[in-house]
Write a protein that binds this ligand. Structure first.
Ligand code: VG1
Ligand code: CO
Length: 544
């Protein structure tokens, strides 16, 4: 039976989606009646879902199951023809993007706050992806947000919960519900791109690896791919069970939060290769024995080796990186004569370039890399790409990276995050920076001379959509850069990100610690922004 229900609390003027979808503390969803329903109905109203087929799944954390049940009943009441749902409500973000594309559906809803902490005390998130498998563009998320402020009612079917544990097809009212295997289609896609038998030979040759799923969604995918199909020993994948609170782990693969993996990779008997992904499976972190691969370098290295990979051999359009990502990729593009694009932070800016066949590979400094095989970044894909390179070259991770620097030069790079800053203070810091931009032109800071200082904006070459205020850039004569931007994915206070980069072509100067190599620039960034004084923090919260 269809029920039209009035929305209990109203309006939800804080449902403005950020860099990737709507992210809030889980309690916001639980405590505000109909908070979830309001947002979902707003999506349905704006997209027009009657007669359509949608994909639905999430990363399995707290509230995932309840939210899925509500969305199923709302979909039925809103006239959706068919829902494809991952078994047990699980779908990694990359797998969801692939399923949307493969079955030519009209889009999908992914429940995840990605790399934010989960559980009852943590965060919950909702993303809407469109029919090409990509995150909704800004024009659509803005329209959804406007709708959340206007609507008064939502539609829901009065029906019992659906059992999500079996792969099967059911009906609810007039809607078909197909519970699908979340893994098989994704594995098949990976097999089309990479040489599984070559990687398998490597893994059986004494080469050792470890993969930390951080108790998040990639566990079952990683066990199937690395252990079952490629023959890595059982136990290669650790923290493989998706848990509602990620077992207390913070599913953000970086040097701070993937501590267990980092310690292992820097220990006496470290394996040859280590990797991790985030809550929803779209990020990747790559490590060698006692060696961390900076994500900006990683993208450049993947691009430089693309001709070795079955899926990209003779098949490369251009490449792209987000603005704050280091220029390492630019050096590769230059040598290989590939077109390169610089986009604002967030995956949606890459996907329109992919649809227009302008780029094949792309990435962000924030542990995200991907290609036009789907329309999201892809953690396990990046790990397989690295394994495929190592299987071809039979070199260590650190040798591959150091050889790369020797050929292309090294872009020393670091990101300093100041988390949980009062919103007003953060705004103030950014405004101050904006105000000082004109006076920075030509200014000297020791050996660094400012060549250009601006507020980054971008016009999508296909849609002509404009994105403004995408980060403050201070560019120096010698190619060094400082970038300041506010995070769009946090749920507590504001996060200021400071990105610091300098280029080193001299081989003998390429093996410094990056914090050491960037010391002078870090000080310049702190002085220009007065970030420590104004935030009352004596150090960044996270350094990558
Ligand atoms: C962060 C990253 C950005 C990434 C976004 C979503 O955004 O910096 O590069 O695209 O997260 O990643 P922000 O606005 O907090 O800097 V994820 O793993 O949610 O999908
Ligand atoms: Co993510």
């Amino acid at each position: 039976m269809l029920i039209i229900q009035e929305i209990a609390t109203h309006p939800f003027s804080d449902q403005k989606p950020g860099t990737s979808g709507l992210r809030k503390k889980t309690v916001v969803f639980e405590k505000n009646s109909n908070y979830l329903e309001n947002f979902i109905q707003a999506i349905f109203n704006v997209v027009g879902v009657s007669g359509k087929t949608l994909v639905l799944g999430g990363d399995g954390w707290y509230f995932n199951y309840q939210a899925i049940q509500i969305i199923i009943k709302m979909a039925a009441a809103n006239g959706v023809t068919q829902l494809l749902i991952g078994q047990n409500g699980l779908l990694s973000t990359p797998a969801a993007s692939h399923i949307i594309r493969k079955y030519k559906t009209d889009g999908g809803i992914i429940l995840s706050a990605s790399h934010n902490p989960g559980g009852q005390e943590g965060d919950f998130g909702i993303k809407f992806n469109i029919s090409n498998g990509a995150p909704a563009p800004e024009s659509l998320t803005n329209a959804i947000y406007e709708e959340t402020k206007k609507i008064r009612v939502f539609k829901i079917a009065n029906a019992p919960d659906i059992d999500l544990s079996q792969v099967t097809t059911l009906t609810l009212e007039n809607m078909t519900v197909s519970i699908i295997d979340p893994i098989v289609d994704y594995v098949e896609l990976m097999r089309q791109i990479f040489d599984f038998s070559l990687i398998s030979d490597l893994l059986k040759s004494g080469f050792s690896m470890t993969y930390d799923a951080l108790n998040a969604v990639t566990g079952p995918y990683a066990v199937e791919i690395f252990e079952n199909q490629l023959g890595a020993p059982k136990g290669t994948v650790v923290n493989a069970m998706p848990l509602q609170d990620f077992g207390g782990l913070h599913p953000d693969p970086n040097l701070t939060y993937a501590k267990e993996l980092v310690l292992k990779m820097f220990s006496q008997n470290a394996p040859d290769f280590g990797a991790a992904s985030d809550g929803d499976g779209d990020r990747n972190m790559i490590l060698g024995k006692g060696f961390f691969v900076n994500p900006s370098d990683s993208i450049a290295i993947l691009a430089a080796h693309a001709s070795l990979i079955k899926g990209y051999h003779n098949n490369m359009f251009g490449v792209a990186r987000s603005m704050p990502t280091s220029g390492a990729l630019d050096k590769v593009a230059e040598k290989l004569n590939l077109k390169i694009y610089e986009t604002p932070t967030g995956w949606k800016f890459f996907t329109s370039l992919m649809d227009a066949n302008m780029i094949t590979l792309c990435g962000e400094e924030s542990f995200g890399a991907g290609s036009n095989h789907i329309r999201e970044k892809d953690g396990i894909w990046a790990v397989l790409f690295w394994l495929n390179i190592l299987a071809q070259k039979r070199q260590s991770v650190s040798d591959v990276v150091q050889n790369h620097w020797r050929i292309f030069g090294r872009n020393y790079y670091t990101r300093h995050d100041y988390e949980n800053v009062e919103a007003e203070i953060a705004q103030h810091i950014m405004q101050n920076l904006l105000d000082t931009l004109p006076s920075l032109q030509g200014k000297e800071f020791g050996s660094y001379v400012v060549n250009k200082a601006d507020d980054f904006s971008y016009t999508d070459p296909i849609s002509d959509e404009q994105a403004i205020h995408q980060g403050i850039r201070i560019l120096f004569d010698n190619g060094a850069r400082l970038i300041f931007r506010l995070s769009g994915t946090g749920t507590q206070g504001a996060t200021i990100r400071v990105y610091i980069e300098k280029y080193e072509s001299d081989f003998v100067k390429q093996n410094m610690d990056s914090q050491e190599a960037l010391k002078e620039l870090i000080l310049i960034a702190e002085n220009i922004s007065k970030i420590k004084e104004l935030t009352h923090l004596d150090a960044p919260t996270v350094i990558t």
